[in-house]
Ligand binder design. Structure first.
Ligand SMILES: Cc1cc2nc3c(=O)[nH]c(=O)nc-3n(C[C@H](O)[C@H](O)[C@H](O)COP(=O)(O)OP(=O)(O)OC[C@H]3O[C@@H](n4cnc5c(N)ncnc54)[C@H](O)[C@@H]3O)c2cc1C
Length: 376
């Protein structure tokens, strides 16, 4: 039997693989996508859909800023199902120490061309009346947005297929080595380049990569239009989200176009089970109620969990595998893969086609020296 041959075979049709496949076929490369289950069903279905510029490191800032710009450019072409909403983010400061962080972030973002606004306690209360009284203030980032990620992944795949990409759905890749992709039905696809975009499953198909599962919980409420107007995140999140060992929770709430709200978030390492962990869910909701006491009067509809694909330095892996130059990685996006899917796709295809990149690619190359990011 002759193997089908492509320039690029993308493994995984989560938002990252979908964006990579679309960028690849748009660049004129003969492209295939292989997805074991459904489009946008992995972490992409579990995620919150916050498109946000983050400043954990220069590398993170560059990729999130670039990606948010790409999302804004795409906005007019997105179908309604993607629910793009330019609601902005409010980083909530509980006390003076966190207000100092607001000022630091204000300086950092402003120096790098991202519009931000400092709110004092009164302005915060006017912007978000359901927050508890007495909070110190906040930083508003008006350019941040939210989307519904599974429909964005579907939109990217549909577009890629319309441009000539082949989709192999319901086929699991068993092995991908030296440009030969073996599927679970024993068929073989050959490719100039294989892109491993299998999210938290990516280490199963790429030896030696340091990508670990990081579990998260979310809850969605019934419809309460205008209860919350921005994506609200506590600044304490910056302390809790970066612990590389301990379980953590933080107040993070998002308004949806339906009037519902998504409430997060939690982070746990070393957990394989996708079951709801009641003590973690309780801690997460207690934290949310601390910031927004009236939340306890509202009804919830559903809770679920998902797995982020985490690297030690919190930056994704975008580029060739050290030991197999025909295997490229597009994985390890932790809690920012919805945001950075578009930037990832550009940087990946830049490398495949020799195009110049809009931002330096070095921080994301799999062969970089990775240092654990330790935060206060
Ligand atoms: C609770 C939570 C909240 C989050 N909130 C946000 C947020 O607000 N903003 C943000 O930017 N990010 C957020 N994230 C992160 C974001 O969801 C992920 O980074 C992103 O979805 C990763 O996309 P992906 O395509 O790499 O992986 P996935 O969506 O997991 O897709 C991987 C795909 O690969 C397929 N696959 C795996 N193995 C194989 C195989 N052997 N053969 C074929 N196919 C295979 C899977 O079936 C799956 O469809 C959140 C994550 C979680 C868990």
């Amino acid at each position: 039997m002759t193997a089908r041959t492509y320039d690029v075979v993308v493994i995984g049709a989560g938002i990252v693989g979908a964006a990579c496949a679309l960028e690849s076929v748009s660049a004129g490369l003969k492209t295939a996508i292989v997805e074991a289950t459904i489009i946008g069903g992995g972490a992409t279905a579990a995620g919150m859909g916050h498109l946000t510029v983050m400043d954990d490191s220069e590398g993170q800032f560059a990729l999130t800023q670039y990606s948010c710009k790409l999302w804004r450019e795409l906005r007019e072409q997105l179908p309604r199902s993607v629910e793009y909403e330019g609601c902005g983010t409010i980083w909530v400061a509980a006390d003076d120490e966190e207000m100092a962080e607001v000022r630091r972030k204000e300086k950092y973002y402003t120096e790098r061309g991202v519009a931000v606004e400092v709110l004092d306690g009164k302005a915060l209360s006017l912007a978000e009346p359901n927050l508890r009284q007495g909070l110190a203030g906040a930083l508003r980032v008006p350019g941040d947005s939210v989307i519904y990620p599974p429909c964005a992944a579907k939109f990217f795949v549909d577009r890629a297929v319309a441009l000539g990409a082949d989709l192999f759905i319901g086929k699991r890749v068993l092995k991908a080595e030296a440009g030969i992709v073996t599927l679970n039905d024993k068929s073989i696809i050959s490719a100039g380049t294989v892109v491993n975009a299998a999210g938290s499953w990516s280490p199963l198909l790429a030896k030696g990569i340091d990508v670990k599962k990081r579990k998260g919980h979310l809850l969605i409420t019934d419809r309460y239009p205008q209860f919350v107007r921005h994506q609200l995140v506590e600044l304490g999140y910056l302390k809790s989200a970066h612990s590389v060992t301990a379980d953590s929770v933080a107040f993070n709430i998002q308004p949806r176009q339906t009037g519902q709200m998504l409430i997060g978030s939690s982070r746990q390492y070393g957990v394989e089970s996708s079951q709801i962990d009641s003590p973690i869910m309780t801690r997460m909701l207690e934290r949310a109620i601390e910031y927004m006491p009236t939340l306890k009067q509202l009804s919830s509809i559903r809770t679920w969990t998902g797995f982020r694909a985490a690297t030690p330095d919190k930056l994704p892996l975008i580029g060739p595998h050290d030991d197999d130059k025909r295997l490229y990685l597009a994985t390890g996006h932790e809690g920012l893969g919805i945001t950075t899917s578009l930037g990832t796709a550009k940087l990946l295809v830049d490398q495949l086609t020799g195009r110049e990149s809009a931002i330096p690619v070095a921080p994301y190359l799999p062969g970089r020296i990775v240092q654990e990011t330790v935060h206060a």
